[in-house]
Design a protein around this ligand. Structure first.
Ligand code: COA
Length: 152
């Protein structure tokens, strides 16, 4: 039995946050002002998620990660459903998530969960990250923004 709890930012393990975002500088830029959630099984952190308001009517999933040994068991979907529920109950009109052009499984998951392709921020990772990033044998250069409309 696991449970999603709202926690203060200091409680989120950095090693889990870094699975989703290799830049500690980037993580620090949204962590303290974000709404932080942990997926817990007793004392164990199965996953983490950080949401942050982008505009008065839009919230963004800034970080979502499941511990490697617990991936592909449905926990990522569970956290995404929680984010959608939170956004709906807080009266946001849309929810945004951004990922890399090379994040094939994430792009599949987010679209299965109702997010739609919105924008490509060309060269985002080349400009904001010091080291070249690769995933699935693909250079990660561009950021893909997906949005789901809610409360319409
Ligand atoms: N291979 C194939 N499909 C995968 C996959 C993989 N390695 N990882 C995720 N998926 C997709 C599938 O589409 C699957 O859909 P299905 O159930 O219809 O087959 C779905 O995601 C599985 O969902 P779930 O088990 O809930 O995913 P998860 O618990 O592994 O969580 C992530 C997904 C992305 C949060 C998790 O893999 C993770 O933490 N990855 C590292 C950090 C990261 O990339 N965060 C997102 C940054 S934008």
């Amino acid at each position: 039995m696991n449970t999603i709890v709202s926690v203060s930012w200091e409680k989120l393990p950095l090693e889990l946050l870094q699975l989703a975002d290799p830049s500690v500088t980037m993580i620090q830029s949204y962590l303290q002002t974000g709404h932080c959630f942990a997926l817990m099984q007793q004392e164990e952190y199965l996953g983490v998620m950080v949401l942050a308001e982008q505009r008065p009517d839009q919230i963004e999933i800034k970080n979502i990660a499941i511990a490697p040994q617990h991936q592909q068991k449905g926990y990522g979907k569970q956290l995404l459903l929680h984010a959608l529920h939170y956004a709906r109950t807080q009266q946001y009109r849309s929810i945004l998530i951004a990922t890399g052009n090379s994040s094939i499984h994430q792009l599949a998951l987010y679209q299965k969960m109702g997010f739609e392709l919105h924008t490509i921020r060309k060269n985002f990772f080349l400009e904001h990250y010091p080291e070249p990033l690769f995933e699935n044998g693909i250079p990660c250069k561009h950021q893909v923004v997906l949005i789901q409309e809610i409360n319409r």
